[in-house]
Design a protein around this ligand. Structure first.
Ligand SMILES: NC(=O)c1ccc[n+]([C@@H]2O[C@H](COP(=O)([O-])OP(=O)(O)OC[C@H]3O[C@@H](n4cnc5c(N)ncnc54)[C@H](OP(=O)(O)O)[C@@H]3O)[C@@H](O)[C@H]2O)c1
Length: 335
């Protein structure tokens, strides 16, 4: 297998741990001797071993059997090994101690705590380091992680369910607009995000759980509540969840406060007031709209004012799908 094929294998197999590694990036590592794979390791669970450590621990079991010294081996790693002690110690130092002499890295870690420092440790210790193999795929795979560090803010997506006449709900009343299949799809989207944000009215009117109810293991998103009112922690939103409550109205400030946190992505699931406030602030990166054939009529509350069609907020349609009789459209902010 070529280095490129091995890197692709590490990227593909790392994807399996997308929901349990988050909000960390997924990372894969493969150790080879000549053309033979000696071991593989993945960052499987947030807070547990990084990929390189798992691959090295596996390889150690074969020392003296399949190889005589780590200096005979090459490590292929999708992301730069970390240089900070963190929860598990520095991977770069750990690699140096093994005596490995050659490393092929996909992408440089954009986290300012690492950002080339891991590579420096490796090079300073005489390791031959090659950088950038299939970098674009590693960045795509960890889109939210790279976005957050590049833009110093989490990636913000607004998800809405709309009736065919562009309405969100009846005043003070919860209505299910879209089909069960669309609502199941929303559960999967929730599982992809690090946090879910809503407002006080939605909390009081709907008593939503807003957790990811999926049939695979996932780290549940953190919850964020924006309210200027007193609130009651008896609402389902607070059950088995870590909730940040903000009593300030400056939305940009709220989002920016996550720049140095582990949260790389936030899914906003709120009503028209808060959604429009976020869109007007210009800090939304993506909009997911589920539209049904149901009509709410003149008593329904509009999602957008007439002049404020989604396109007028600076979004363009990226893709659309049919889900039963509903339509799912994804809009991305214009560059
Ligand atoms: N169709 C859908 O996809 C969907 C999704 C979610 C909700 N909904 C519906 O939307 C209805 C509520 O809509 P909504 O927009 O009135 O309520 P919302 O989603 O709760 O958002 C508005 C609330 O957010 C809080 N807030 C904090 N800072 C704000 C700011 N800068 N700008 C605006 N709000 C801020 C306020 O809470 P306080 O009043 O507590 O201060 C405000 O009342 C619910 O009844 C629900 O059924 C529909």
């Amino acid at each position: 297998m070529s280095y490129e094929e091995l890197m692709l294998r590490a990227i593909t197999k790392a994807e399996k741990f997308k929901f349990t590694a988050k909000p960390n990036p997924v990372v894969g590592a493969i150790i080879i001797k000549d053309n033979e794979i000696i071991s593989e390791g993945y960052h499987e669970i947030f807070g547990e071993n990084h990929a390189e450590i798992n691959a090295i621990e596996e390889a150690k079991k074969l020392l003296g059997k399949k190889f005589q010294s780590f200096s005979e081996l090459t490590l292929i790693c999708t992301l730069e090994p970390c240089s900070h002690k963190g929860k598990t110690g520095s991977c770069a130092d750990f690699i140096v101690k093994t005596g490995i002499k050659h490393i092929v890295i996909g992408a440089i870690d954009p986290n300012p705590k690492v950002a080339g420092n891991g590579i420096k440790i490796l090079k300073d210790n005489g390791i031959l380091v090659e950088i950038g193999l299939l970098k674009h795929l590693v960045e795509k795979q960890n889109k939210f992680f790279f976005y957050k560090h590049k833009n110093k803010k989490p990636y913000i997506t607004v998800k809405i369910a709309s009736s065919i006449d562009g309405k969100s709900h009846y005043s003070g009343e919860r209505v299910f607009i879209t089909s069960q299949s669309s609502r199941n799809d929303v559960q999967k989207i929730r599982a992809e995000y690090d946090a879910i944000l809503t407002g006080g009215n939605t909390l009081r009117n709907d008593n939503p759980k807003m957790n990811a109810r999926v049939d695979f293991h996932t780290n549940q998103p953190k919850k964020i509540l924006l309210t200027n009112n007193t609130y009651n922690e008896g609402f389902d939103f607070f059950k088995n969840a870590s909730v940040d409550v903000f009593k300030i109205n400056n939305l940009k400030k709220i989002i920016d406060s996550y720049a140095n946190s582990e949260v790389c992505s936030i899914l906003i699931e709120a009503g028209p007031k808060l959604v429009n406030a976020f869109l007007n602030e210009g800090i939304v990166d993506e909009l997911i709209v589920y539209s049904s054939t149901k009509k709410l009529g003149e008593n329904g509350i509009n999602w957008f004012y007439e002049d404020n069609a989604i396109e007028n907020y600076g979004f363009k349609l990226e893709s659309s799908y049919k889900i039963d009789t509903d339509l799912k459209e994804i809009f991305i902010k214009n560059e």
